[in-house]
Write a protein that binds this ligand. Sequence first.
Ligand SMILES: [Ca+2]
Ligand SMILES: [Ca+2]
Ligand SMILES: [Ca+2]
Ligand SMILES: [Ca+2]
Length: 392
Amino acid sequence: MEWRISEISDPTTANYLAGAPYIYEIENSTESGEQTTFNADYRFPSLSTGPGKTYRARVRHQDTSGRWSHWSEPAEFLVSAPDVTPYVNALRITEVNYHPSPATAAELSMGWSDSDFEYIELQNIGSVAINLTDARFTKGVDYDFPPGTMIQPGAFLLVIKNQAAFESRYGIGLPVIGEWQFDDKLSNGGENVKLSLGSGTAIIEFTYDDAAPWPTSPDGGGSSLTLISPDQTQPSDHSDPFAWAASQQQGGTPGSSDGLNFDTWAQNNGLGAGASMTDDPDNDGLNNLMEYALASNPIVDSRSDLPTGEIRLIEVDGNSDSYLTISFRRQLTANDITYTVELSESLEVWAPDIAVRVSSADNGDGTAIEVWRAPMPLDADSQQFVRLKVRN
Ligand SMILES: [Ca+2]
Ligand SMILES: [Ca+2]
Ligand SMILES: [Ca+2]
Ligand SMILES: [Ca+2]
């Protein structure tokens, strides 16, 4: 047997644009080729159809003497958009190495330049495996995942520019799934990156940049652009420059997390294994969780590192006004805590979702100084309070 699918378009089909040329079934068919077993569940590649378009599918059969039947009567249908929800919920682009550090003399002698070391890292932050058969990168770089590609919960996958170059820098054994289209590269000045399902329905789409407020050291400075705390991100966060940081590791962390957790931090900062988040061994009023969140020293008095409340003149939409602000040092790569800036006029009711981030200045050591403001300017008749809440 053999299957065939073809797009058709004329004034009777949905979404026909007046004046557009008709598309005839015979002009643009995708055929299955001869199926030597009876295959009633033949699956066309997802790229053979696109949402909003009308198709006709037909089948024909061959008898034992090799004679083909006519094509069957068509089954005609309009293709709807695929349900991307499971993909959108589970997948994050967790790292983009768009401008790797310069090739060394040895690397140059292999014919490689910095762009040969580019990669994109994808993580499944969901709780079930995701099948990437119909997923593809369609902007930034072009890449189709091999049929049957699965990404397990918590796992990473890498799509890279040049396997030989990549392995010479990062070693073998990393979860590389393949190289993108040969002559593609990620722009050093920022560009649109899109992970699609089927023929272009977006799973993730964002435009990174090499200029502030985006972290700038990934622009050839040796680090990569790394999504902060992927488990706590929303898909739309990919477009938010403050959701990204420069990687802590030189060259990035292809295939693994760049994140820090409380236990690792505690052991690296003199607290030892099993430290409690609620203890305050240096009696500075900051418990260990808050010391971790503020990247302060848990065994030395840190009162000079406390968040600072201040009234600042800030320009918003062209108007300079006085705003209540809070600034604090943030542990950028902590992936087990959340920060919330809350505002109140009464000290009784606190609003968690109205503060506006003014700036985030990357210190280059895994921390950044963030400044947040109240949504409205100060007004002489009211009082405002601001606080930082950290949750594990
Ligand atoms: Ca590049
Ligand atoms: Ca990584
Ligand atoms: Ca303390
Ligand atoms: Ca301290």
